[in-house]
Write a protein of this length. Sequence first.
Length: 226
Amino acid sequence: MLREQSIEDIWDGRTYGPNDMVKADARGCNGCSRCCRGMGDSVLLDPFDVYRLTEFLHKKAEALFENEISLTIQEKLILPHLSMNGTEECCVFLDENGRCAVHAARPGFCRMFPLGRYYRDGRFDYILQVHECPMDNRSKVKVKKWMDTPDLASYDAFVTRWHYLVLDLQEYLAGEKDLSHIKRVNTFFLKYFFTMEYEKSPDFFPQAEDRIIKFRKKFLEKAAIL
């Protein structure tokens, strides 16, 4: 989730790499599910999040968009996010015991919490968001262990590429007045990255990179947004 407030208001003043220790481990959360409620449309999903959910749930992406995934518009770009249910806006995957039913395939936003990403100069560092998790006396844990993601280097590289693609696409759409073209771009964007299936081999990340390159050529190179 992008923040509009100053980073100094939300972090502990440090940046973290994959091998750094960070005070993020709530030791199983002890039944707390506060971060799974009232999140509105803020738990945005990238293509790997959706891919991981399809693999775990043995469902096609189109089926997830029927109930588990909703859409929001940010700067004229339609982006997927986790659906929230009921008056408390509970995550659609929160079970009756207040636990995550898809924990092994939880999205990157959830996997990272209470860490965040601070993007600059075409890369990002992890930061600790000091006001997000209410649990006291959290334990230190290595960032790459906390992220619980095989091949974290490839994942982080993909996340960076995706982040800047979204920003550049929003910049492109901001200057576009043709509503029918905006609709075509959004329709292609959602299909190409989210509902068009990825092959089992090669791995997800090379396929995603190939799609990002082709998408940029199709839409952004002509607008000189590279």
